[in-house]
Each structure stands twice: as C-alpha cells, then as structure tokens.
Design a protein around this ligand. Structure first.
Ligand code: MG
Length: 392
C-alpha cells in the first residue's frame, strides 16, 4: 500500500542509537514491533493491572489486552489514513511497557517514593525499558529501537525530564517537549487510539464488575445514543437475558463512530493545514483529532469513568492496599538492596560504592525493579519481606 507523503517511511528513519545492518525482509518498524513482542517487559503486561487488580477476575482487561486493543484501533485508522501501520503497531504495543504493577495507584505510590530522586513517570519508564532495561542483545542494552518508535513511546514528558534526556541525546526524542513541536502522525494516532480503547473497554469491564449499572450508562449521551440505535435495529436486545449483548453492540457502535469521527476530523485538519511532509507535520499543531462534538462526548465519558469506576470505593480500597505494597517494597529494598534480583542488587552496590550525593543513589534502581514487577510478583515479594499479606 502506498503511504501518504507525510507518513513515516522506514527507509527515511532517523535510525537507531547503535547502527545495525538492515534486516533482509523486514522494515525497521516491523523489526521494532517484533523486538517488542519478544521482550520480557511485554510478557509481563499480562499480569499487570489496567483498572482491576489481576486477581479480581480472569476476563478483565490487563495491560496486555489493553495494548493489543490499542494496536488494533491504531492500525485500522493508520491504514485508512495511509499512515505507517507497522510503526503504529510498534508504538501501541510498547506504550505501556513502563507501567508499574497495580495500575495508576502503583505509579502514584512509586512517584511519591521517588520525590527528591527525580520522581517516577510511566511514559519515561516505557522509554527506559526499551532503551536500557531490557537485556537481550550482546551489543547493547535495551532493544535499540528506531527513533520514530521511541518518539511515539515518549508521549508525555515534563520540561525537567526533557532537558535531562536532551542532554544525554541531543536533538533526540525529548527535543519536541522543549521546542513544543509535534511527533509523527503515527505517534499522535496511538495517543488517541489509547484513549478510545480504554474509554470503551473500561465501560465494559465496569459493567462486568458490577460497579457500573447499565442504567447509569444512560446518563452518558455517547453510550445512550448507540444503545438506542442498537435497540432500534435489534428490538430483541431489550430482553433482560440479552443485556450483555446489548452492551457489546452499543460499545461496538460507539467504537466505530469514534474511529470514523477521528478519520473525518483528521482528514479535514490535514487538508486545511496543507502539510505535505513529515517535517511539516512536526511543525504544525496536532492534526490527529476528534471532531468538536466527539471530543466533548469522549471527555464526558472519561469524567464519568473517573467518578463511577476509578474512584469507586471498592476500587479505591484495593488501590490503597496496592499503594501500601509499593511503598513498603520501596522502603524494604532501599534498606536492603541485596534483596533485589542479582542484576539490580549488583547495580545498587556499584552505585553505593561510587556515589556520595545527598539523594539516595539506589532509589532509581529500586524504582526500576519495582516498576518491572507484575502484580502477583510484587504481592509475593511484599509478603516475603514484610510477613504481611495485603493482597492475595
Ligand atoms: Mg494505555
């Protein structure tokens, strides 16, 4: 398929940090995707919380199934916009590699532990995973991915972190946060696909968990509109026994509508901007977007999920326990770095021998170790180190 002139072309990639000969049959972005799929961090995603803790049920989304859904949405939109499908797939599959165990609660707890030591941010951590923490290749640390894939993975970055990254990699992936320019359209698309995916699947998981009642969804114009459409087209779905099928059909219609809305709004923005090249994309305002009405509706769905699901007392109760697990693990490893796995323990003792700054030099090693954990490994380690059982 012919790519649009402003799409990312693997033959024009800004390259890898360590030069490698090209693969005989795969483009640079296909190869990036394949490296991500074979990474250790990717396999861990299956046991990491999206919203519901891993032990709460087998059918809830995990970070892995969420990432696959993001890749599906991003790929189908990329194809329709003549953007690079391999690149969006690579970015989507890698975008959450830096997430801690226990979802956002885990990240907040780890960030609080790291105050005074540079903080903790999952986007930056995803980049650390693919740049440094994966240990698979003899020639380099990390996966040595292409610039365009790494750029898409670093979707947010504070000015402080961006300046630190820029110092290590001049004109690198953090530069745009200092210049206030945009990433590729493929990266922009993954961002929006992420939002579309979690809004939709969290409605589904919220209802499945019993924390959101079907009736509550009727206060949401976006969902309600498609529930009515589904019922009009299939009146039998009104029967109580068909409730789940009605929900699936409503979410399916909503997902399709959001995808078509993004395609139309993005095509129109591309047309109006007149961009013809990737360089012009970077200099223009963000071009991948919802139309105005869908943006509003997506935002109100997000607000609804925040109120009804993410801050539901039952979710909050588990999250509070998860935060205690992370905090106590952090304290335990800082006090006894040798309790970490050998590679991390060795990194910690090398630092202890050479650094004498007032900040705790071992903290980043501990944060890397905890961030890499699955929910159940973190629970088990917490139990081993503290003797307490907070989570099953
Ligand atoms: Mg995500």
């Amino acid at each position: 398929m012919t790519l649009a002139p402003y799409a990312c072309d693997p033959a024009q990639s800004r390259g890898r940090r360590f030069a490698e000969p090209p693969a005989p049959t795969r483009t640079a972005f296909q190869r990036d995707r394949d490296r991500i799929v074979h990474s250790t961090a990717f396999r861990r995603l299956v046991y990491k919380t999206q919203v519901f803790l891993n032990h709460e049920g087998d059918l809830f989304r995990t970070r892995l199934t969420h990432s696959i859904e993001v890749a599906q949405l991003a790929r189908s939109m990329a194809r329709a916009l003549a953007l690079n499908e391999d690149l969006v797939e690579a970015i989507a599959l890698a975008h959450d590699l830096g997430h801690t165990p226990f979802g956002h609660a885990g990240q907040d707890a780890l960030n609080a532990c790291m105050q005074g030591n540079g903080g903790f941010e999952h986007n930056l951590q995803s980049l650390r995973v693919v740049d440094q923490l994966e240990e698979r290749y003899p020639q380099f640390d990390g996966l040595n991915l292409s610039f365009e894939t790494r750029e898409g993975i670093l979707k947010h970055c504070s000015a402080t972190n961006a300046a630190a990254l820029e110092a290590l990699e001049p004109h690198g992936v953090a530069r745009r946060f200092l210049d206030h320019t945009q990433p590729s359209l493929e990266a922009q698309l993954c961002n929006l696909a992420d939002e579309i995916a979690y809004n939709a699947h969290d409605v589904d998981d919220g209802v499945r968990s019993g924390l959101i009642a079907m009736e509550q969804l009727q206060e949401l114009p976006l969902v309600e509109q498609y529930r009515r459409e589904a019922l009009a087209a299939h009146p039998a779905l009104a029967q109580a026994t068909q409730a789940r099928r009605l929900l699936y059909e409503s979410i399916r219609l909503m997902l399709s509508a959001q995808v078509y809305d993004v395609l139309a709004a993005t095509r129109s923005a591309l047309g109006q901007s007149g961009v013809q090249t990737l360089e012009q994309v970077r200099a223009a305002p963000a071009l991948v977007q919802f139309g105005a009405q869908m943006r509003e509706q997506s935002l109100s769905l997000k607000t609804f999920l925040m109120r009804r699901l993410y801050r539901h007392p039952q979710v909050m109760e588990n999250m509070a326990l998860a935060q205690t697990v992370v905090r106590e693990l952090f304290a335990a490893y800082c006090a006894a770095p040798q309790e970490m796995q050998a590679g991390f323990a060795a990194r910690a003792s090398a630092l202890q021998a050479t650094t004498s700054a007032d900040a705790n030099p071992v903290a980043r090693v501990v944060a890397d170790y905890i961030a890499g954990m699955t929910d159940r490994f973190a629970s088990r380690e917490h139990q081993r180190l503290t003797g307490k059982t907070l989570l099953p």
